[in-house]
Design a protein around this ligand. Sequence first.
Ligand SMILES: N[C@@H](CCC(=O)N[C@@H](CS)C(=O)NCC(=O)O)C(=O)O
Length: 285
Amino acid sequence: MKDEYTPPKVWTWDSENGGAWASLNRPIAGATHDKELPKGKHPLQLYSMGTPNGVKVTIMLEELLAAGFDGAEYDAWLIQIGEGDQFSSGFVEINPNSKIPAMLDTTTGLRVFESASILVYLAERFDNAFLPTDLPARTETMNWLFWLQGSAPYLGGGFGHFYAYAPYKMQYPIDRFTMETKRQLDVLDRHLAEHEYLAGEAYTIADMATWPWYGRTVAGESYDAGEFLDVGSYKNVLRWYEQIYARAPVKRGRMVNRTAGSPEEQLLERHDASDFETKTQDKLT
Ligand SMILES: N[C@@H](CCC(=O)N[C@@H](CS)C(=O)NCC(=O)O)C(=O)O
């Protein structure tokens, strides 16, 4: 069988193992080069890219600003993960795990990494916005937020990797992760049949975290796999996806640090609210 493999006694790093991203993957942590991070004028400095994990945070920041929290003004700097920016000494100082998104709050002097930690941090910094304070709804918000953080790696690192990025198609991992991805979509679909949002009646950080992953998937935007996953059958997830996409802050958040798609939707860096009108890629090129 083509995929059969007998592991050696001790694994060694074969830097030529192929597949998208292979040149960036290393079995060790730490910085690869010395470079400071840029700093802007706003209280919050975000270092990110418009991937699903990055978009969670830019949606939250745009939602906070739209809700009137001026202290949530932010500079969003682009970290090009395909070019290894996440391995600079400056980035590693604020996230030793070298993954976007990472944030520096210049008001408190705190670094914040892991997208869900950033969402909870921002909610708590700004009057528990989008994080209910009553115990049942707060618990349900956390349930779904942790569900997303545990589930999305199966969709991205599992299904997406083997369906779209691996050097060749292998049935065993594709079957395994397709099964799991469809099971997760069904979990969401059944829950959203009974509830307007993930935590119940309120739109929360759990929706903001889940929308860029599973919303994007039912919209057919993940890994060119809409037909393969039969995404049209998850009607309740689609209803929830569209309801959230109708929000102006979500539309804006989705554009920040975005490097793919139509140029008018790509705002590579965001330093001012007016940048959405004047600095998208269609206007700059
Ligand atoms: N659990 C992390 C995951 C972050 C993550 O995987 N980020 C990806 C982009 S979506 C990344 O920075 N990849 C770069 C790399 O692996 O070198 C979070 O939720 O923040």
